[in-house]
Write a protein that binds this ligand. Structure first.
Ligand SMILES: NC(=O)c1ccc[n+]([C@@H]2O[C@H](COP(=O)([O-])OP(=O)(O)OC[C@H]3O[C@@H](n4cnc5c(N)ncnc54)[C@H](OP(=O)(O)O)[C@@H]3O)[C@@H](O)[C@H]2O)c1
Length: 211
């Protein structure tokens, strides 16, 4: 697949390196183009000079920037995202007032409203960047839960995630993105309160085949 990753920080670098190894054509962007260049050099991806340039030829766009920047990035890209699968990896974090992060729509739902004809899927947000490059835990592929209203888009992201070594779990429609943001927040708060090493991730235990 042709991937554009907007954001070249911890998450952007980890996903870019993994996706390049999985054989995908990856272009990365950042707010400072020199940071995209450095991430591209480290991961084997291409660097773009702007978000619009990165998105141009992509089948799948991955949002890997702070949630506070996501709405302006998505608004600016606007029609360039129409028809594309847009993976939202962002999380909101406020450890002093976690309830404020769980009240109301998810980031992904808010972004979907901005470009209704883009196919938004929440994914990878429950997994720390330190795990994304090599997504195994306890000898098993790490689970990534997918939420979005377009079933075909969820299937595309599931295929992408599987190729990168994750176990994709289709969690259903876009409102479930609220749950996935809550799961990520809980995992973050647990690391902070217990001084854990930012390596744990959510695993759905038990059989998942049909009966
Ligand atoms: N870190 C994790 O373990 C983790 C796990 C799951 C989800 N997340 C979520 O993933 C997102 C990224 O996290 P991170 O840890 O990778 O953050 P980070 O290391 O701070 O990197 C953020 C990246 O976003 C870029 N950026 C900021 N504004 C931008 C804009 N307007 N256009 C293009 N790029 C822009 C920055 O560019 P410059 O470098 O040029 O400033 C930087 O490359 C956050 O929403 C976070 O909540 C993080």
């Amino acid at each position: 697949m042709k991937l554009a990753i907007i954001g070249s920080g911890n998450v952007g670098k980890a996903l870019a390196g993994n996706a390049v190894r999985a054989g995908h054509a990856v272009t990365v962007a950042a707010s400072h183009p020199e940071n995209a260049q450095a991430a591209a050099q480290a991961s084997g991806a291409q660097a773009a000079g702007s978000n619009a340039e990165a998105v141009g030829a992509a089948d799948v766009v991955i949002l890997a920037m702070p949630s506070a920047a996501a709405s302006s990035v998505v608004s600016e890209l606007g029609s360039a995202l129409e028809g594309k699968v847009v993976v939202d990896v962002t999380n909101r974090v406020n450890s002093a007032d976690p309830g404020s992060m769980l009240d109301g729509d998810s980031v992904t739902e808010q972004l979907q409203v901005l470009v209704p004809r883009a196919k938004f899927v929440k994914a990878f947000n429950t997994i720390f960047a330190s795990v994304m490059a090599n997504p195994t835990g306890d000898g098993q592929p790490v689970d990534t839960f997918l939420a979005g209203d377009d079933a075909e888009a969820r299937a595309t992201v599931a295929e992408l995630a599987k190729s990168m070594g994750f176990r994709p779990i289709d969690a259903g429609g876009l409102p479930i993105a609220r749950v996935l943001e809550g799961m990520a927040l809980l995992n973050i708060l647990l690391q902070i309160s217990n001084r854990w090493p930012w390596q744990s991730s959510w695993k759905l235990a038990g059989p998942t085949g049909g009966v």
